[in-house]
Design a protein around this ligand. Sequence first.
Ligand SMILES: Cc1cc2nc3c(=O)[nH]c(=O)nc-3n(C[C@H](O)[C@H](O)[C@H](O)COP(=O)(O)O)c2cc1C
Length: 195
Amino acid sequence: MTSNAKILCFAGSARRDSLNKKLVRIAMQAAKEAGAEVTFIDLKDFDLPIYNGDLESESGLPEAAIKLKETFLAHNGLLMACPEYNSSVTGLWKNAIDWVSRPAAGEAPLNCFSGKVAAIMSATPGQLGGLRGLVHVRAILENIQVMVLPEQLAVPMAAAAFSEDGTKLVDEKKNATARKIGEKLAHVCHKLQAE
Ligand SMILES: Cc1cc2nc3c(=O)[nH]c(=O)nc-3n(C[C@H](O)[C@H](O)[C@H](O)COP(=O)(O)O)c2cc1C
């Protein structure tokens, strides 16, 4: 059976060797194996200025924001791994969400988010793995009408948590959890879309 799940995958980090990019790719692979169509994007490829209401009033949405919105609209699921910066979300992630949340003329508010399902994870070199940041990620997404799966994963001590090629978490239980999150998201997106 063809899956209706179309999942957009990204990390809240632009860093080349981002731990969170590795983590999101592990869950993404599992979502793909569960039948979902998956797309990985790197937020560093979207040249978004810091959101400024004057800029939006004067020039509308920047090209990169329009492109990112179109990408969001083409998917019904969001799979994200967000680093924790100073106990919260990264500016890169929040700025992207802020731009994508801006409606075009005549567009329904929160069109890019409403009805979507998300799964969230984080990885940090610290002891808590970004758990405090995930509380904020979840609250922000739920407030903009995204359904966030209860399952989540925070990977602590993440500098040493990945296999050498970066495609697995060394801890088998954690690796299985990351994969289960990807699979569950694929199944929920498929089921909701089919209704
Ligand atoms: C400005 C800044 C603030 C940070 N604050 C935290 C923090 O509150 N908790 C934490 O566990 N790690 C924190 N870190 C460390 C990041 O978790 C670490 O740099 C991580 O590798 C970032 O994710 P990435 O590898 O995906 O880029 C911070 C890093 C930066 C640059």
